[in-house]
Design a protein around this ligand. Structure first.
Ligand SMILES: C[S@@+](CC[C@H](N)C(=O)[O-])C[C@H]1O[C@@H](n2cnc3c(N)ncnc32)[C@H](O)[C@@H]1O
Length: 287
C-alpha cells in the first residue's frame, strides 16, 4: 500500500522495496529489520521512523542504505550490519569478532542476579565476547571487581571498548587466555559466570547463515558441545571461595549432562533454570 503512493526515494518507498528484498533473501522479520536499518541511516529512533514515511531521503544516506540492505540480504547478522546491539539497557559495539548478545543471555543475567547475594567482592565472566555479562555485572555490583576472560584477543578489544563506554573500565579486568589458566593462584572468587561455546561440533555446518558469520570460536563446543564447559567446571572449583557459585548458559539439551558434570566434581545445590521459551538453558552449582 505504501509503495503505491510513495516514490522510491521516500522513507516509506525505500522501506517497502527493502522489505521485499529482505523477504526474498530469506530474512524472516523483514519489515522490522528494514525499520531498524532505516533508523540507523536516519539516526532516528526506530519507533519514530513511520512518522517520516513521506520524507524524501537525500542521495548520500540513500547510498548508505543501499549498502546496509545489500549486506543484510547477504545474510550478514543485523547486529554486525548496524555495528551495535542491545543487551538489557546497554548498547554495545558488535563486530564479526564477537558473538551477538542473545535475549537468552539477558535472561541468564537476571537468573544469576536473582541467585547471588547482594554484596559481592569478586566475579569472573569466562568467555566474555562483547563483554555483555561482565559489564552488566560490574554495573549491578558497584563494589565488585570483575575479571573478564577470553581466548580471542580481538573479542577482548571489543569488550574493553564496551566496558570503557559504559563507565566500568576500571573495575573490569581483561585477561587473554584459555578459561581460568591466567588467574593468579591467590585469587578467589565469589562467582564464575560463563556463556561458553556449546554447539556440538557436528551441528556447526547446519547453523543458520547468520550464525555461521559469527566466530566459530564462540560457538563450537567440540564433541557433544561440552568440551569447554567440562573443563571450566573443573577449573572453577579451584578458584571459588567456599559457597561460591558457578552459573552456566547451556544448549537446549545439555541440562542433565551439565548437572552430572557439576555433581561429579562435588558441587552442591545444582539448579536448572528455563528461558522464556521453557527451554532448560541455565545451570548453577555451589562449591
Ligand atoms: C558463546 S560466546 C559468549 C560471549 C558472551 N559471553 C555472550 O554471552 O554474548 C563464547 C565466548 O567464549 C570464548 N571462548 C571460547 N573458548 C574459550 C576458552 N577456552 N577460554 C576462554 N574463552 C573462550 C569465545 O571467544 C567467545 O567470545
Amino acid at each position: 500500500m505504501t509503495s503505491s503512493i510513495l516514490s522510491e526515494s521516500t522513507v516509506g518507498g525505500m522501506l517497502k522495496t527493502a522489505t521485499d528484498r529482505l523477504t526474498a533473501s530469506g530474512v524472516s522479520n523483514a519489515a522490522w529489520e528494514a525499520r531498524e536499518l532505516m533508523a540507523a541511516v536516519l539516526k532516528e529512533l526506530p519507533v519514530l521512523v513511520p512518522l517520516r514515511f513521506r520524507e524524501e531521503v537525500p542521495a548520500a544516506p540513500r547510498a548508505v542504505w543501499d549498502r546496509l540492505v545489500a549486506e543484510r540480504c547477504g545474510r550478514k547478522p543485523l547486529a554486525q550490519v548496524l555495528g551495535e546491539w542491545s543487551f538489557g539497557d546497554l548498547r554495545l559495539l558488535v563486530t564479526p569478532d564477537v558473538l551477538v548478545p542473545r535475549p537468552e543471555t539477558e535472561e541468564f543475567f537476571s537468573w544469576i542476579v536473582d541467585r547471588l547475594p547482594p554484596r559481592l567482592f569478586s566475579l569472573a565472566d569466562v568467555g566474555t565476547g562483547s563483554g555483555c555479562l561482565a559489564i552488566a555485572l560490574a554495573r549491578k555490583y558497584p563494589g565488585a571487581y570483575v575479571w573478564a576472560v577470553d581466548v580471542s584477543p580481538s573479542a577482548l578489544s571489543v569488550a574493553r571498548r564496551n566496558a570503557a563506554a559504559h563507565g566500568v573500565g576500571r573495575r573490569v579486568f581483561f585477561l587473554e587466555g584459555d578459561l581460568m589458566s591466567r588467574f593468579s593462584p591467590g585469587l578467589h572468587l565469589d562467582a564464575v559466570v560463563a556463556n561458553l561455546p556449546y554447539v556440538d561440533e557436528k551441528d556447526m555446518e547446519s547453523l543458520d547463515p547468520e550464525v555461521r558469520r559469527e566466530p566459530a570460536l564462540a560457538l563450537d563446543g567440540g564433541r557433544g558441545g561440552l568440551d569447554v564447559i567440562r573443563r571450566l567446571i573443573v577449573q572453577a572449583w579451584e578458584k571459588l571461595l567456599p559457597d561460591g557459585q558457578v552459573f552456566l548458559e547451556i544448549g537446549h539439551d545439555q541440562a542433565a549432562a551439565v548437572s552430572d558434570l557439576f555433581r561429579g566434581m562435588g558441587y552442591r545445590k545444582i539448579e536448572v533454570g528455563r528461558d522464556f521459551a521453557g527451554v532448560e538453558r541455565f545451570v548453577a552449582g555451589t562449591k
